[in-house]
Ligand binder design. Structure first.
Ligand SMILES: C[S@@+](CC[C@H](N)C(=O)[O-])C[C@H]1O[C@@H](n2cnc3c(N)ncnc32)[C@H](O)[C@@H]1O
Length: 245
């Protein structure tokens, strides 16, 4: 459904945020997502906690933003995938990039819009509503980790599809093993998948990228996991992983 760009609205600030302009919009879309794509309670949690989540202090990510910026041409167009309340979308704009924020939580997109993020799209990162080769970069901070690990390749292949040769990818995920549901103090749950460094690099490479930089950051306040920061570019041949994948 979301491959059809006619159904997607990229809205200016102050306008409605909608993935489809039909009366069936939200409820139907949520049921459909759960049936077809397995989207889970994580998005419901973000919708419920959107105002609080938007008000939290975010990490400056100065080093990550600077590294990503250097990989993008001047005025390049980038997607902030899983943009949440848009803090990093605005930080990338402040660095001279054109940014489209994409998220599955309408609650968080509304927060992003209220905070001044202009171009927003409600969609699933596993099915990006954009043409092939349309973007210079994908900034994927702390969002891929909400997919079951079996579905990470689908999202990574979508990032590869929308990026041209040489297109840049930033992925930030939590270091660790396995997957789990994590409840906050009020019982609102989010799903997390954790990755080992070699595992996330292998997945990125298998999707047609070359990892060119990266580092491990310590957990933020109240967190348990290190952050794996990976920077990659689309391989020139764009083809198969050396392993034959
Ligand atoms: C931990 S927040 C990170 C937000 C922002 N990138 C940041 O670093 O502050 C994870 C975000 O990913 C979004 N998300 C989770 N699963 C998604 C999916 N399948 N497609 C698009 N967005 C998704 C959530 O709605 C949420 O906004």
């Amino acid at each position: 459904m979301y491959r059809d760009a006619r159904h997607v609205q990229i809205v200016p600030s102050g306008g409605p945020i909608s993935a489809r302009k039909t009366p069936l919009n939200r409820g139907f879309r949520r049921v459909l997502y759960r049936m077809l794509l397995g989207v889970d309670e994580t998005i419901t949690t973000y919708d419920r906690l959107a105002a609080r989540y938007a008000a939290r202090t975010t990490y400056p990510l100065e080093r990550e933003l600077t590294c990503f910026r250097r990989m993008i041409p001047t005025s390049g167009l980038v997607l902030d995938v899983g943009c949440g309340a848009g803090q990093y979308a605005r930080a990338l704009e402040a660095r001279g990039l054109r940014v489209v924020g994409l998220d599955l939580s309408l609650g968080l997109l509304r927060q992003a819009q209220a905070a001044g993020t202009d171009r927003l799209v409600c969609a699933d990162m596993r099915c990006l509503p954009f043409a092939d080769d349309c973007s210079d970069g994908c900034f994927v901070c702390a969002s891929l980790l909400h997919l079951p690990r079996t579905q990470a390749p689908k999202a990574l292949s979508e990032f590869r599809r929308v990026l041209g040769t040489g297109g840049a990818l930033y992925i930030g995920v939590k270091e660790g093993e396995g997957e789990e549901w994590v409840a906050d103090q009020e019982g609102y749950e989010r799903f997390f998948a954790y990755y080992r460094l070699e595992e996330i690099d292998w997945l990125i490479q298998a999707a047609g990228f070359e990892v060119v930089d990266g580092w491990i950051s310590p957990p933020g306040a109240g967190q348990r996991h290190n952050w794996l920061n990976r920077f990659a570019v689309v391989r020139a041949c764009g083809g198969a992983h050396p392993s034959g994948l």
